[in-house]
Write a protein that binds this ligand. Sequence first.
Ligand SMILES: CC(C)(COP(=O)(O)OP(=O)(O)OC[C@H]1O[C@@H](n2cnc3c(N)ncnc32)[C@H](O)[C@@H]1OP(=O)(O)O)[C@@H](O)C(=O)NCCC(=O)NCCS
Length: 159
Amino acid sequence: METIDQIRLKPATMSLLSQKWVDWLNDIEVVRFSNQRNQMHTLDSQREFLTRKLNDPSSKLFGIFFACAHIGMVELGNINPERDSAEVRYLIGEKTLWGKGIASFVVKKMVEMSRELQTIKLLEAGADTRNTGSIKVLLKNGFQPAHEKDDIQWFRKVI
Ligand SMILES: CC(C)(COP(=O)(O)OP(=O)(O)OC[C@H]1O[C@@H](n2cnc3c(N)ncnc32)[C@H](O)[C@@H]1OP(=O)(O)O)[C@@H](O)C(=O)NCCC(=O)NCCS
C-alpha cells in the first residue's frame, strides 16, 4: 500500500507522550531549522508542553501516524478568532519517512480541516529560509510567500 494511504491524524492526548518523541526533539537533524534546537528536551518538559497545548483553546494538536506508529506532530496553533487566522506547524520525527510526501499530505489535511471549521479564513506558516523541504510543502499546498523576518520566511493562504 502507498505510504500516504497509511497516514492518519489523531487528536493529541497524553498517551502520545513517549521517549521516541523526546528523542526526535533532541535530534539535531530533525530540529536543525527550529528554535527547539536550543533546548534539551525530556519527558518532563514534553509532558509540560503537551499539558499546556491540551488546555489551550487556541491550539489543535494532532499526532501523525503511519501504519499505526506515531511518526510526528501537526498543529493548528495561534488560532485567533479576531483575525479568523491560525498557524500550521508540523514535524515528521521519523527521518526514514522524509521525502515521501507525508508533510505535504498532512498540510493538505490541515487546509481541509480549516475550511470545514469555517472559522479560519487565513492560514499562516513560517519556515527557516534554508528549510527547502518545508518551503516546498507550503508552496505545493498553495501558500504564498509573505514577509521574511529573522531568517524565517512567512507564508499565507486565504481559505
Ligand atoms: C521539512 C519536513 C516537514 C518535510 O517533510 P516531508 O514529509 O519529507 O515532506 P514531503 O515529502 O511532503 O516533501 C515535499 C517536497 O520537499 C522535498 N524535500 C523534503 N525534504 C527535503 C530536504 N531536506 N531537502 C530538500 N528537499 C526536501 C521533497 O522531495 C518534496 O519535493 P517534490 O515535491 O519536488 O517531490 C520534514 O523533513 C520535517 O519534519 N523536518 C523536521 C521538522 C521541520 O523542519 N518542520 C517544519 C518546520 S517549518
